[in-house]
Write a protein that binds this ligand. Structure first.
Ligand code: ZN
Length: 448
């Protein structure tokens, strides 16, 4: 079989999950908003808080970035190609030394080199003839940076107040979660966060038609607009006969997601080393090899994903190999403890700093998906070693983690029961039966 072309690289990152998955289908996704409920203000300096002076007639100023904009001449837009802050300011009469000083002052707050194309900015001038007084840049909807262009040339980063609204979603999966999310225009961020919460217990490469999920989560609002997803508070996932629950709990000493019994969701190993991928070849001792054209055991699990997809260390450990062989291509091997090692083959490249002897944490990016070595397409061949032998990690069972300390349990159970009641009240719309499409082909397979 020929090497596959690298056209996969051109896939839009936000859609690759949907595109690499061949199954068709759809997801019924019910979004049940509960606006006005459980709103609370969180950290942040209220932008533009102004003292109320009752004695004067109220003239409501246009407040933005903490300034009464009516008192300035405002020039605003989006950062364009080739736009450099230094040049922009020099063109408006600011002297070079002051610009240099400003850039130095910005280093510890928000480096001017981090200013990105397409992001909003504004220049505020009290008197246009004198040049601008402030440059304001918005790296994202949650915050903005004020560069003072006079006097001490201060730079300040301001967090906007975020309003958290509690939302609930429930749905049924008819193919892949990722494809369904993309197809239905649902939030990729929410799907990613759900996977994040359940990644130690649910194998998202094993989703079955008819799987159901329910989520209670925060939506972040800034200045009345929904800007993102906050934390997932509770998650339920049903796959076949198995059900999984995760509840977010925080106390003085403990923080994280816990199951029905108060055991941490976090386990020593992640279920998979890549996200949004699909298994293209399983651990199989009698596998017909697509390149060698004969039966040779496959001691790993192949996850097909586009070139450059990050590969994560599935557990904490020490890198014992970051090397190249003609069969494995670029590969990393990690020693987790006396019993377990994991290995990741065919990488396009290693992540920065990944070399022999380096400590890595669970979830740390160690490299990127490629097709180096004996591989027909971009994928990572993931191998799990137990006591020096390669085993099928999808069949491994690990001892359960210890639950929260006794003293924490009553408070945890109370919270859990509140979430449980809300989850139970959430309806899941069932979808019409659709034909599952078989995934075939040998792409993304590799050497034994
Ligand atoms: Zn493999």
């Amino acid at each position: 079989m020929e090497k596959r072309s690298t056209s996969v690289q051109n896939f839009d990152r936000y859609f690759f999950a949907g595109l690499v998955l061949a199954a068709l289908g759809s997801l019924l996704f019910v979004l049940i908003g509960t606006p006005g409920q459980s709103n609370r203000q969180v950290a942040g300096t209220p932008a533009g808080s102004v003292e109320q002076l009752d004695a004067f007639p109220a003239v409501i100023p246009t407040l933005r970035y903490g300034f009464a904009l009516d008192t300035f001449q405002v020039e605003e837009g989006q950062i364009e190609p080739g736009m450099i802050l230094g040049q922009l300011l020099q063109d408006r009469g600011m002297d070079y030394k002051a610009i240099e000083q400003l850039a130095r002052n910005a280093d510890s707050v928000f480096r001017v080199t981090k200013i990105r194309l397409g992001k909003p900015y504004a220049l505020l001038s009290r008197d246009a003839a004198q040049g601008p007084d402030y440059f304001i840049y918005e790296p994202n909807a949650y915050e903005y940076v004020v560069y003072h262009l006079r006097d001490a040339l201060e730079v300040k980063r301001v967090r906007r107040p975020v309003e958290k609204r509690i939302r609930a979603s429930a749905g049924q999966i008819n193919s892949s979660l990722w494809q369904a999310m993309v197809e239905n225009g649902m939030s990729f961020e929410l799907a990613a966060k759900m996977e994040g919460v359940l990644q130690w217990s649910v194998d998202f490469h094993h989703l079955q038609k008819g799987d159901q999920f329910k989520l209670i989560y925060e939506e972040d609002f800034v200045q009345g607009e929904q800007v993102g997803i906050g934390d997932i508070k509770a998650a339920y996932y049903k796959s076949g006969e198995k059900t999984y629950y995760a509840f977010y709990y925080q106390s003085e000493d403990e923080e994280g997601y816990y199951d029905l019994e108060g055991r941490p969701m976090k386990a020593p190993f992640l279920k998979a080393p890549v996200k949004y991928s699909r298994i293209s070849s399983r651990y199989n001792l009698r596998r017909y090899h697509p390149i060698l054209k004969r039966v040779r055991p496959h001691y790993g699990t192949d996850y097909a994903a586009p070139y450059g997809t990050p590969i994560y260390a599935v557990g904490d450990g020490v890198v014992t190999h970051a090397a190249y062989t003609s069969g494995n291509g670029r590969y990393v091997k990690i020693r987790h403890n006396d019993t377990y090692q994991t290995q990741y083959l065919h990488m396009q490249g290693f992540a920065d700093g990944i070399r022999k002897g380096v400590q890595v944490r669970q979830g740390q990016v160690i490299g990127y998906v490629g097709s180096t070595g004996l591989a027909t397409g971009p994928h990572v061949c993931f191998r799990f070693w137990k006591n020096g032998k390669q085993v099928n990690h999808l069949r491994l069972n690990f001892p359960a983690e210890d639950p929260l300390p006794e003293a924490e349990l009553p408070a945890y159970f109370e919270l859990r029961d509140q979430y449980l009641a809300r989850l139970e009240a959430l309806p899941v719309a069932e979808s019409p039966v659709e034909q599952a499409t078989a995934q075939g082909g040998e792409q993304g397979a590799d050497n034994p």
